[in-house]
Design a protein around this ligand. Structure first.
Ligand code: FNR
Length: 417
């Protein structure tokens, strides 16, 4: 209601409610490289486009005369009551979008009590964000590093920071072929305090004095002007600032070690047992798109799945998430909660995902754009707009609560089904 009254009074919101306008305004607030990094996808960006267009394959069939005067958009996830079916998906290197970075997102998420999934590549240590969130819900996203000791340390830090779930991202064992970034000759993850989640980790810092793991010795960041600038900025992440960091050579060592160890392409299902040994928190797998993988996840005692193609940033031509969701729903048959992300831009998208079996949806780029435009307030507005849009869609479709958002409320587009 507040959003409408403001709109009717012609008071300009800080953050446009229309997604195209949101993206366009954010582009004006960022460097060309930062915008390319956030907006871009893999290859020809077919999957980025498909993530959007595939929602069009489903149409909502509203029901009338259902007394929707009282609406309840709350859900329960891993025993936690949440006010809405939205989460903030993990996004790395947020300092590219705004100097307040993860901290601004943490504050906005906490105010809305929307769970924030801290990225393993965050620009701010998880402890800093957690301290700003009180008892508001947060999770931690892990990139499984080549070092078991580092994996263990990150998971322990997440538990100590009050995270209530661990999300293992599986689709980024290698970085996708991202033309926009490649053409700008840019290493975005080294920018600013881009690797502060690592440089605040005692195990990571200790490892700087050790030889790089086998097979990783030859990994060097390509040295060009962009790299040098990035390394200088990365040095700021160290206590003592740029000069001390550079003098000790630790900034360059950290960048090198980060590149050499942050992911483990040899990971298999068998590795998951290690995580089970080291945490009692629910473990979710992010990036699952194949129903067979969903069944394997069940066999391996996983607690939830995030059906995601990383916002179309990894495999160009990968299937869209909304198209795979019904297949994955059938494979897990209600035994695991499913969260969908990649392409969610409005209330109708969330409604369709929930009707097709998701418990909740995650958003990535929309909140990055809110952050770029207006920091914490911008993220808050993006969240508020999405929630209001979803509540209206739900009510106008004749649903009083999430339990009434069922497959019967959708019809597959005859032209494509
Ligand atoms: C991401 N994503 C991501 N995922 C993850 O598990 N760890 C990470 O550090 C990042 N970093 C990241 C950076 C940027 C700039 C983007 C846009 C995305 C993927 C993210 O969690 C999510 O899956 C997608 O963003 C969802 O798609 P939409 O909402 O952006 O279309």
């Amino acid at each position: 209601r507040a959003i409408y009254s403001r709109g009717l009074a012609a008071k300009q919101p800080q953050v446009p409610t229309d997604y195209a306008a949101l993206e366009a305004r954010a582009e004006r607030c960022m460097s060309a490289q930062a915008f390319a990094y956030i907006a871009g996808g893999a290859g020809r960006e077919d999957t980025v486009a498909r993530n959007r267009s595939a929602f069009g394959q489903w149409q909502i069939v509203p029901q009338m005369l259902r007394d929707v005067g009282e609406r309840d958009t709350s859900i329960t996830l891993f025993g936690q009551r949440l006010p809405s079916p939205f989460l903030l998906s993990p996004v790395g290197v947020l300092e590219m979008a705004h100097p307040d970075a993860d901290l601004a997102v943490a504050r906005a998420a906490a105010a809305a009590r929307v769970p924030y999934i801290f990225s393993n590549q965050a620009s701010r240590p998880m402890e800093t964000c957690a301290a700003a969130m009180g008892d508001a819900p947060r999770w931690f996203q892990l990139y499984w590093s080549k070092s078991d000791a580092l994996v263990k340390s990150l998971v322990q830090r997440a538990e100590g920071s009050g995270c209530s779930a661990i999300v293992v991202t599986l689709d980024t064992t290698l970085l996708g072929w991202r033309s926009r970034d490649l053409d700008l000759g840019y290493l975005p993850f080294l920018r600013g305090r881009g690797i502060a989640q690592y440089t605040s980790d005692p195990v990571f810092l200790d490892s700087l004095d050790e030889p790089l793991p086998a097979g990783a010795q030859d990994v060097r960041p390509p040295v060009n002007l962009h790299t040098l600038r990035a390394v200088l900025q990365a040095a700021r992440a160290f206590p003592g600032g740029t000069l001390a960091g550079l003098r000790s050579g630790r900034a360059l060592a950290a960048v090198r070690r980060f590149i050499a160890t942050y992911s483990r392409p040899t990971l298999t299902w068998e590795n998951l047992a290690f995580l089970r040994e080291h945490t009692r928190l629910p473990v979710l797998l992010k990036g699952v798109l194949d129903p067979d993988d969903a069944r394997r996840a069940l066999d391996h005692g996983v607690d939830g799945l995030i059906v995601s193609n990383h916002g179309g940033r990894q495999v160009d031509g990968a299937v869209s998430t909304i198209e795979q969701l019904p297949r994955i729903r059938d494979a897990v048959a209600g035994r695991l909660p499913l969260i969908l992300d990649s392409g969610v831009r409005g209330g109708a998208d969330a409604f369709k995902a929930l009707a097709l079996g998701a418990t909740a949806v995650g958003i990535g780029r929309p909140y990055c754009y809110g952050l770029a435009i207006a920091g914490e307030a911008g993220v808050g507005e993006v969240i508020a707009n999405l929630r209001a849009d979803f509540e209206l869609t739900m009510a106008l479709a004749g649903c009083r609560s999430i339990s009434e958002v069922t497959p019967e409320r959708l019809r597959a587009d005859a032209a494509v089904s």
